[in-house]
Design a protein around this ligand. Structure first.
Ligand SMILES: [Zn+2]
Length: 239
């Protein structure tokens, strides 16, 4: 069984009002909510695919895709879970995760994701798991969650400034993916650390450099060639 997860980035890039004030610690930069949401969805998409899920980006462009289009796409595709990513406003602080009132599966998903988000390593106040009659939660046929990862207008704007921090974005994407994995009983597959660079070898035949390579088969070919020629000396030296 391959599960399909619908991913919703919340708003369009130019949606009115959905942006921060100028953030002094970022030189007065204004951040649009969708700059965070879109990046979170992009990273989450990578995480989920690595874990064996299929994904559906219900609003893949920067346009302000209507909410009814978003939910219809998820419904038509038969998604098994709907995840909507947002950044809050209203002057508070912290993370809150929503499900539709009375949706037991939605609540289960929200709790599992919320728990992972609080353990993500990004310090955030726990505002709890809540229910709300939001359109994307109501109009989706599958369990749905809506995550408010932080506030765009928190006191001091530190959560606002973190919207563009790649480490924060990555930590939240990983945590959300872990929560989704837990919901489906799927093992989370962590990203492979980059493999160390392979050593280079130089093949010197009768005092002349024949090849510098990290490929075993090229070293072997150079040696074979030299032996065929009946050379006197073959040196293989790590560089
Ligand atoms: Zn939003």
């Amino acid at each position: 069984m391959t599960y399909l997860v619908a991913l919703d980035d919340g708003h369009g890039m130019q949606t009115a009002g959905k942006r921060t004030k100028p953030i002094p610690q970022l030189g007065g930069r204004v951040i649009k909510e969708n700059e965070f949401n879109r990046q979170l969805v992009k990273l989450l998409d990578v995480e989920l695919k690595r874990c064996g899920f299929r994904t559906l980006l219900v609003a893949p462009t920067d346009e302000d895709t209507p909410l009814s289009t978003r939910t219809k796409r998820a419904n038509d595709a038969g998604a098994h879970l709907y995840v909507s990513c947002h950044y809050n406003a209203g002057g508070g602080q912290g993370i809150e995760t929503y499900h539709y009132p009375g949706s037991r599966e939605g609540e289960r998903a929200a709790k599992l994701i919320h728990k992972e988000l609080l353990a993500s390593g990004v310090p955030r106040k726990d505002r709890g798991v809540k229910s709300a009659n939001f359109q994307v939660l109501r109009e989706t046929k599958m369990p749905a969650v809506l995550i408010e990862f932080g506030f765009m207008d928190d006191p001091g704007l530190s959560e606002a400034a973190q919207m563009l921090d790649p480490k924060v974005q990555k930590a939240f994407a990983v945590a959300t993916a872990k929560g989704i994995c837990a919901y489906f009983g799927v093992k989370y597959v962590p990203e492979k650390p980059p493999s160390p660079p392979k050593p280079m070898y130089r093949v010197i035949v009768d005092g002349k450099v024949v090849v510098d390579t990290a490929y075993e088969h090229k070293v072997a070919a150079a040696v074979e060639e030299a032996v065929k020629k009946g050379v006197t000396e073959i040196i293989i030296r790590k560089r």
